[in-house]
Write a new protein. Sequence first.
Length: 307
Amino acid sequence: YQRRVRGGNSSNNLNHIMEFSMRGPDSGPLHSPAQFVISVTDRQGYAISLDSHDFRVEVSGPISAHPTVSKTGGGYGFTLIPTHEGHYQIEVFHKGHFLFQERFHARPDETHVQFDMDGTGLKGGKVGDSVDFVIRTTDISTGLPASIPPNHIQVHLEGPSSVHPRLTGSGPFHVQYSVNTPGFYYVDVKWNGQSVLERGPKKVLFQDRAGSKSTVSAMTSCKANSPYSFIIKAVGNSGFQISEGNEPFEIAVEGPEDQFSRPTIVDNRDGTYTASCLFYRPNESYTISVSVYGHQISNSPFKVATF
């Protein structure tokens, strides 16, 4: 910024009116010198020489300071080295007369902030699931949380479909998103346009949910009082078989009351599931239904006859 004010000498002679101006940054990183220069000219724009000791600078904010003003090639300069993050107020006086009041924002330096992130959103999941992760920032020099404006943090995802992550909080930050197409996605977190991930964007896999295209491979008859098993293959809504487990398949059996055991499901962790039950009465017909996420799958329901 650059500001100008006018002042006169004690005689108030208009021929000796002085114009003061100050230039300097309105923000800067912590622990880095911020340089400010005061220029003094007459009405014609010629530089006026003054005693630098007649200037006084008062800084208030996270810390207080009284920087020394010294003569420089371009006027009268002073330096502010902020050691604490936040907003500072700078007031400048000449011979006790107020000249300027400016604000300066000290922000964390990229080299002094550590980013830590964790959560399901950095590991992947299922299509349609809401996943999230947390971003924590630490000022390395103090060990305290670094306060960063939310609009300085950007979260980007690239993959088979467009994703719009939601960033909330002011430190720690919470990121939430979901995807609607299976595949690999790349998660990147940036601060002021620069990635904070040491190894680049994080690669995460989102697999399709098991859906109605899942299938059952089963015999249609079995011997009573002998274990009966069948295989469920998890297939996503995209039509591709799922190669991981943890799908919430449910089985329902209809038949003579109290003449069959409660069905069990074993997750084989490869996209297949082994279901088992026991039928007690021969020469009966039982109906088995298999569903996932509230939807019947292919070949369901089906009948099993006992002998």
